[in-house]
Design a protein around this ligand. Structure first.
Ligand code: SF4
Length: 911
């Protein structure tokens, strides 16, 4: 079939461009010729947006192998690189870049031939989907169509194929029991497996965790444990052992909350040891995420039936293929390949989830198959619920999960609790936020808004039955017209605001521009100013905005009361689905009411005395000079106060654990950052050091001769360090601009050395996929910012060098300034930096046989921060040349499997 495929293939990297003709001949070509050819004839390629970026031709399109893979093997993992593709298809990854274009033709042939294979698992639905994609002119549709035979019987449509959830009786409250320590250790032994190495630290940890499962003695005073467990002690199994034991014996659920997707994936793997049988596992362990992560079937149906056009419609069909085979419908970090939506430049993907809270619950024809409802119901019966910090807080704050509120909570990656709470409990009265409420109340105001409907349409039956409810809806609709509408940003920029809220935002914007002292004005990034000394027109604008908000809040409150009344009254027409819909409406109404109340309270304080519990400021969100949002922000000075009230105190047992809970400081840091200081009684504290031999496995090098602000020097240092290490480098930056500059300066050089380099904020690839690519290739290096500091779990040789461009000082914004003042000035900053250093350092040694260097390119690194690194870790200040020599030596002493040798580098250099 190879000869039959009438398409050439194209591959481009920083080191060259190659084309493989339909006769199988490969030759190197120039950029101009490549662009001309792809514009003329469809080419087989891999990752069109990335290729387009490499060629400087962003609109590039063609026969993308990743799209074909997503059609044929939906919900299957693949590393989206030539080597990843080759490995998945059982082909030999090419040694030389020049051979990659030919590989693409071979891969396309294999994939297409697979469509005829009798063992192809994902056949159902493919024929119908291919027909629809043909009508949408999907480039692969013709070739796919040639291979697929029309099924003898009509295929089941996705929405009839998915399982329905079953209603189950509410679970009784868990029994009050004590978890036996010897039994916990026996469970741990069973989980770690016979013959595994003896880990005393893990055993002590597991025994300590049992105390959070003891019966609570006083209401509002949970059994609380703060536990710092160094990397490598086997923390997850350490807490899963007592958690699974308690769950089994008490009949309750343990919620495990994480911050990163990497840990969620790890927990998904490790909980399988507790429930090896797949069916039991699916019942006992449930991953819960915020609803905006899941595919909304109703939105998908709209998209498939004409709501989306062009490329977005093609994406919708590929997502529908995936939905039929997905484990849980999670579009973000689940089994939908992270790269799929980026292939479509994110066009349409967010509209497939329920981001705007427009769910119609039981009024939805797919309610019984809805992924969100399924996950919520499954978690009510599960033993282990894997969630994230934001969801746990949102559920608690909005009174969800009332039927089975979590009584035992384990916050892993607990060092992120403070930041998660900071976002969750903040108020932001901005253009973007207010327009969302307007849309939620009024519904579509322009053509072509799919099925989005306003409050009146969603609650039509209530309005026709209950006159007062109907009047409340009408008043709310009328009042919502005072909120910003489409085009608000332009209007306030031009000084022509419409309505009281836009008028307020106009004043805010003017005040920020007048007062900002952050020196960001020229850089094109966010601007802010404190909310003090407000007078004149601003005070008037605030008063008018508050009146308008109050006019909206009142009918919403009234409407909520009418719905409650209706649910209690239970009229004849209100069957179970209608009741569920009313309950759903009540919950989304409650959330909007709370938001409006929060804004009103924020406005009421403007011009008055400052509240010491809060930090208020005005801001303009910008990115590269373009404004995105304008508004007023309010954060808790200490966001652990609300977390303690709504999450911790109502629970019976809570553990907050992390490898860096103390953040390189003492227990007082852990107590303050976890909110334990707000409890009436002191928490239990437990600590176990990492079993790794840091003095022999790792070294910290502070490079003394890269001058601050010397971008050429910084880029040169990165390039040399990556070369010395032969790749396997994680480069961490504190500013996106510097990251981009360094990447732009070194990308070609790295490619010439045969060392692929990827970068967050540069490559059109999502962060999770970038980490997958990095993990898969020991020669690859990855540059990134904050999210990579502790979201990367790459054991083994793929990560052997971490390079930090500078000391990760906190951004000196208004919020930080206030917390610094309250938290002890320099000592507060030092705690934050130590925590960041400890997290970044923690990326290097993930296993007992890992070795690596941690390099900081800043001679001004203060010695007082060195306590961030594990005790005994050697630290040395030295010039770059000496650092390079050490890293080269370390590389030469490592096992060479998969690492580039000097010879192969020379060979690659000649390409
Ligand atoms: S129930 Fe709600 S979220 Fe689920 S598919 Fe229907 S509209 Fe979407």
């Amino acid at each position: 079939m190879t000869n039959a495929l009438p398409y050439p293939a194209l591959h481009a990297s920083h080191s060259g461009i190659w084309i493989c003709s339909v006769d199988g001949e490969t030759r190197a070509i120039g950029k101009g010729e490549a662009i001309g050819r792809v514009a003329e004839t469809p080419h087989i390629l891999l990752n069109a947006p990335l290729l387009g970026q490499r060629l400087g031709y962003p609109d590039l399109s063609g026969l993308d192998l990743l799209e074909l893979f997503a059609f044929i093997h939906p919900a299957q993992f693949i590393v989206p690189t030539p080597a990843g593709l080759a490995k998945t298809l059982g082909l030999t990854p090419p040694d030389q870049e020049a051979d990659i274009a030919a590989l693409y033709r071979q891969a396309a042939t294999l994939l297409l031939e697979g469509l005829k294979a009798p063992y192809w698992k994902e056949r159902e639905g493919a024929w119908s989907s291919a027909q629809a994609l043909y009508r949408l002119r999907w480039p692969w549709a013709q070739e796919v169509g040639k291979q697929l035979e029309k099924p003898a019987q009509a295929e089941r449509w996705l929405f009839s194929k998915l399982d329905e959830w079953e209603e189950e009786a509410p679970r009784p409250a868990p029994r009050s029991i004590t978890v036996d320590k010897p039994e916990t250790l026996a469970t741990l032994d069973a989980l770690t497996g016979e013959g595994s190495e003896e880990r005393q630290g893990q055993k002590n940890y597991a025994a300590a965790v049992t105390q959070i499962f003891n019966p609570r003695k006083i209401k509002g005073a949970p059994n609380m444990l703060l536990a710092e467990a160094g990397t490598g002690i086997g923390k997850t199994l350490g807490y899963l052992a007592p958690a699974s034991l308690w769950s089994r014996q008490a009949g309750g659920a343990v919620w495990i909350s994480t911050f990163t997707k990497a840990l969620q994936r790890q927990l998904d793997r490790e909980t399988r040891r507790i429930y090896p049988d797949e069916e039991t596992f699916r019942k006992k362990v449930v991953v819960r995420k915020g609803r905006e992560n899941y595919l909304c079937l109703l939105n998908l149906e709209d998209a498939l039936q004409g709501g989306f056009a062009g490329r977005a419609a093609i994406l919708a069909h590929l997502v529908a293929r995936w939905a039929a085979y997905s484990k849980d419908g999670d579009m973000v970090g689940g089994d939908l390949p992270g790269w799929l939506t980026t292939l479509f430049r994110r066009n349409g993907a967010t509209a497939l989830t329920d981001r705007r809270g427009e769910c119609v619950y039981a009024g939805c024809p797919h309610y019984r198959k809805c992924f969100i409802e399924k996950a919520a119901r499954a978690s009510q019966q599960a033993d282990i619920v894997i969630a994230n910090h934001a969801l746990v807080m949102v559920n608690a704050a909005r009174g969800r999960e009332q039927q089975n509120p979590p009584t035992r909570l384990i916050f892993d990656e607990g060092h992120h609790l403070f930041d998660a709470a900071d976002s969750m409990f903040a108020a932001r009265l901005s253009g973007q936020e207010t327009i969302e409420i307007r849309r939620w109340v009024i519904g579509p105001e322009t053509k072509n808004r799919g099925r989005r409907r306003g409050l009146a349409a969603r609650l039509a039956d209530l309005a026709s039955y209950d006159e007062e409810g109907g009047r409340a809806i009408e008043s709310a609709r009328h009042a919502a017209e005072a909120l910003p509408g489409d085009g608000w940003l332009q209007r306030i920029g031009e000084g022509e605001p419409s309505g009281p809220i836009e008028a307020l935002l106009h004043e805010v914007r003017a005040m920020v521009f007048a007062r900002d002292e952050s020196q960001s004005a020229d850089a094109g990034y966010g601007l802010e100013t404190e909310l003090t000394d407000v007078e004149g027109p601003m005070i008037d604008a605030v008063a008018n905005a508050a009146t308008a908000m109050d006019a909206l809040l009142k009918p919403l409150v009234r409407l909520g009361q009418r719905i409650e009344h209706l649910i209690e009254e239970g009229p004849d027409w209100m069957d179970a689905p209608a009741r569920a819909r009313m309950e759903g409406a009540l919950s989304s109404l409650g959330w909007r009411r709370d938001t409006l109340s929060g804004w009103l309270s924020l406005l009421s304080r403007i011009g008055g005395p400052a509240d010491p519990d809060f930090v208020d400021w005005l801001m303009i969100d910008r990115y590269e000079g373009r404004e995105y949002d304008v508004g007023i922000c309010r954060h808790w000075l200490d966001p652990t106060i609300p977390v303690t009230e709504v999450v911790t105190k109502p629970a019976h047992g809570v553990m907050i654990t992390s490898a860096t809970l103390k953040g390189g400081g003492g227990w007082e840091t852990a107590r303050a950052r976890s909110g334990a200081v707000h409890l009436a009684h002191a928490p239990q504290e437990f600590e176990v050091a990492s079993p790794f031999d840091y003095p022999n496995q790792a070294k910290v090098i502070i490079v003394t001769d890269v001058k601050r602000g010397d971008m050429a020097g910084l880029a040169g240092a990165y390039a040399q360090l990556i070369e010395a290490s032969g790749g396997g480098t994680l480069g961490l930056f504190t500013a996106i601009r510097r990251l981009r500059t360094v990447y732009a300066r070194i990308a070609d050089r790295m490619a010439q050395s045969g060392l692929p380099i990827y970068a967050q904020h540069v490559d059109p690839i999502d962060t999770g996929t970038l980490v997958d690519i990095f993990r898969d290739d020991p020669k690859a290096s990855l540059l990134g910012t904050d999210a990579l500091r502790d979201g990367v779990d790459v054991p083994g040789q793929s990560l052997r060098l971490v390079v930090m461009e500078s000391v990760p000082w906190p951004r000196p914004n208004i919020l930080h300034r206030a917390r610094r003042l309250a938290g002890g000035g320099t000592a507060y900053d030092d705690r934050i930096i130590r925590a960041r250093l400890a997290q970044a350092f923690g990326r290097i040694i993930r296993r007992a046989d890992d070795h690596g260097h941690f390099v900081i390119l800043s001679s001004a690194f203060p010695s007082r921060l060195l306590s961030a690194f594990p005790e005994g870790t050697p630290v040395e200040r030295m010039p770059l040349e000496q650092a390079l020599a050490e890293i080269r030596k370390a590389k030469s002493e490592m096992p060479q499997s998969g690492l580039p040798t000097e010879t192969s580098l020379m060979h690659d250099n000649r390409q």
